[in-house]
Design a binder for this molecule. Structure first.
Ligand code: GLN
Length: 234
């Protein structure tokens, strides 16, 4: 439609925030992962052309979308009402809950959120994981002074490995991936029923619809399963 910000069928630039395996990470200098493959496959089903990727901080993605530095966000971004005040999401493409990571074989073995009270906690700035911490601080369960916010989850995981943090709260599929690759393990999972969507500017309805149709087409073909197998079951 004529009011769309991005020309229908035009060129688009995607934004992501690497350091969130297996959804987006840099390997051998290259941006790779589930979201990278899925967005590229979904766009290939549309008449839009994806001309490049910007790797930004997670916190900077929505501002970059609003500034028109990027046209779509593919960053394991949970569809939330708060975000929907500023952006529009495609149909969901992945479901996730939250998990709590601790050091492998450490003495600290929390089983529920209350067990984290008084411990040094980390999460990535602007995420739903951080939102969980903020809620607990508001409820008086956690102390604000025990929380540290990071630009990237990998930095929080490194500080957990070195014992500077006692626990990190993050999306469960990413927690599982860090468990496989690092000296950390998932202590417990708690249900949040989050769903990831690609985000576009609110006035880019044509792009939003095209991408949702693209996702559906990828899901209906064998491609979605192939991409899932590639990144979750190597
Ligand atoms: N799904 C979480 C969120 O949307 C985390 C995303 C991320 O860190 N890339 O806040």
């Amino acid at each position: 439609d004529e009011d769309d910000d991005t020309e229908a069928g035009g060129e688009i630039v995607a934004g992501t925030a690497s350091g969130f395996p297996p959804f987006e990470m840099v390997e051998d200098g290259e941006l790779v992962g589930f979201d990278i493959d899925l967005l590229e496959a979904a766009v290939a089903e549309t008449d839009y052309e994806l001309t490049g990727w910007e790797d930004l901080g997670f916190d900077g993605l929505i501002p970059a979308l609003e500034n028109e530095n990027i046209d779509v966000i593919a960053a394991a971004m949970t569809i939330t009402e708060e975000r929907e005040e500023t952006v529009s999401f495609t149909d969901p493409y992945y479901s996730a809950d939250q998990s709590v990571l601790v050091q492998t074989d450490g003495d600290f073995e929390p089983e529920e959120l209350e067990d984290l009270a008084g411990q040094a906690l980390g999460a990535q700035s602007g995420t739903t994981g951080e939102g969980v911490v903020e809620e607990q601080i508001e409820d008086g369960t956690f102390d604000e002074g025990d929380y540290r916010s990071y630009d990237e989850y990998v930095f929080a995981v490194e500080e957990l490995e070195s014992g500077l943090l006692d626990a990190v709260i993050l999306d469960e599929p990413v927690g599982e991936t860090f468990e496989a690759d690092r000296d950390v393990e998932v202590a417990f999972v708690f249900e949040t029923g989050e769903e990831y969507g690609f985000a576009v500017r609110q006035d880019d309805e044509d792009l939003q619809e095209a991408l949702s149709e693209g996702i559906a087409a990828v899901e209906d073909s064998s491609e979605y399963e192939e991409i899932t197998r590639e990144w979750f079951d190597p």
